[in-house]
Design a protein. Structure first.
Length: 437
């Protein structure tokens, strides 16, 4: 029963303001020494070696570098103009175009903060100029900018795969349909809202000097080719079996570098800033990953899993009841913890019960990803709102931001229900392309 005290201790330290990584390390060290004495040090050494020698995690710095370079490449500006050529006349067309741009940019970078920051800087002035409501602006950019969680390639999946002991390639391909379902629901909601309440997102008035179709197609082709090249380099190489996820990440990093040079945006300052961001983000992810691995190792070794299994068997709620409890815990944790902490604390504990309940691990990971996507919008942590606050003008208040994300949180719950009710939304594509079962 001592192992169960690890969780109250961990959350107590987090709520007191200690960084998550240090909280995980401290609790693992104290309980490890109390339970195993000096022998715990050997277990710590083994866990450090396991994390350091996990070659799959080499994809993390490559994806982060890819996103950092694309953030500075100039692709986003051209993409923004091209997408809005086709959507601006729809109800809420600027918001619809922003979501589409987020989908394409997320599929090119895999880094959530980069997508939301770049898209926010471009989309906010355009939507404010056409008198869109601040709540719709906020909700669209926060929800669209965080689509990188469920749109491949995703740094979240690179971390989730080894933790859940699931193939990253299966997860990357399995994300495509759920990601498109969620994105489609966003677009349907925006159009429906602006049809019922046009003041939320007024239509753009037709201009007399409307651009000819041929010119529209030329601009669109020029803007879409670079991100499509990036998507094919990363996701296409995985789907076609040409490259493993780590190799695909290397292709993406090289492609982002080349595109930045071709767009004339490359200089030593840009390259240095991208490298610095890559080192910072990768160090943060790896440090928390190591701390979580030590925490989970001590918990399992000290009998925590046996106690949890006995408690769950005593309750007799069945596999589906257990699944709802797991997803509920992730949803609640999303109010207070960032995504990597949620994955490291909960997923290693959930997976044995998921497997024993007869659920498909890839499908369960898709459900977790949708819940992680929700955590980007739920206060008080709400990373998506923090990103938006950094680029939004003072006229858009925090209250309007929180109000704006609420409908999108509901949409995410609906998407979760669809994927839960129809597992083939997550399993059919990897089965067809990769034959994972």
């Amino acid at each position: 029963m001592t192992a169960l005290l690890m969780f109250p201790s961990l959350f107590g330290m987090i709520f007191l303001g200690f960084p998550v990584a240090f909280s995980l390390l401290a609790v693992a060290f104290v309980f490890g020494i109390l339970t195993f004495g000096d022998a715990a040090l050997f277990q710590f050494t083994q866990k450090i070696e396991d994390v350091a020698s996990n070659f799959v995690l080499a994809a993390v710095p490559l994806f982060v570098f890819m996103g950092s370079m694309l953030e500075r490449s100039g692709i986003a500006e051209q993409l923004f103009s091209a997408v809005h050529l086709w959507t601006k006349r729809l109800p809420g067309g600027l918001a619809v175009g922003t979501v589409i741009m987020c989908i394409i940019f997320a599929a090119s970078t895999g880094v959530i903060g980069a997508t939301e920051t770049v898209v926010g800087l471009l989309a906010i002035p355009a939507m404010m100029k056409h008198r869109y409501s601040n709540s719709l602006i906020s909700g669209t950019i926060c929800a669209g900018g965080s689509l990188g969680t469920i749109i491949p390639p995703s740094v979240v999946v690179v971390v989730l795969g080894p933790i859940a002991n699931v193939s990253i390639g299966d997860l990357m391909v399995g994300m495509i349909v759920p990601g498109l379902i969620l994105s489609g629901l966003y677009i349907v909601y925006i159009i429906g809202l602006c049809l019922v309440r046009p003041e939320e997102g007024p239509r753009v008035v037709a201009e007399e000097d409307e651009m000819p179709l041929a010119e529209k197609l030329a601009i669109t082709g020029k803007a879409l080719l670079p991100p499509l090249f990036m998507i094919f380099a990363v996701l296409g190489s995985i789907m076609l079996g040409w490259a493993a996820p780590t190799e695909a990440a290397a292709l993406g990093a090289a492609g982002a570098f080349v595109l930045t040079v071709l767009y004339g945006k490359f200089n030593l300052k840009t390259f240095w800033e991208a490298l610095l961001k890559t080192i910072t983000v990768t160090s943060m992810i790896m440090f928390i990953l190591l701390a979580g691995s030590l925490f989970t190792g001590i918990f399992v070794a000290s009998g925590g899993m046996g106690v949890m299994r006995a408690m769950i068997n005593a309750v007799e709620i069945g596999p589906w009841g257990l699944l709802f409890i797991f997803l509920g815990l992730v949803f609640i944790a999303g109010f207070f913890l960032e995504w990597i902490s949620i994955l490291l604390i909960f997923v290693p504990l959930f997976m044995p019960f998921v497997l024993s309940g007869g659920f498909e691990p890839v499908w369960f990971c898709m459900l977790i990803l949708v819940m992680i996507q929700t955590s980007y919008l739920t206060p008080p942590m709400a990373p998506a709102i923090f990103y938006l606050r950094g680029v939004a003008p003072d006229s858009i208040t925090l209250v309007q931001m929180y109000k704006g994300v609420v409908p999108f949180i509901v949409i995410q719950i609906i998407a979760l229900g669809i994927v839960m009710a129809f597992p083939q939304t997550a399993l059919w594509l990897p089965d067809q392309l990769l034959g994972f079962r």
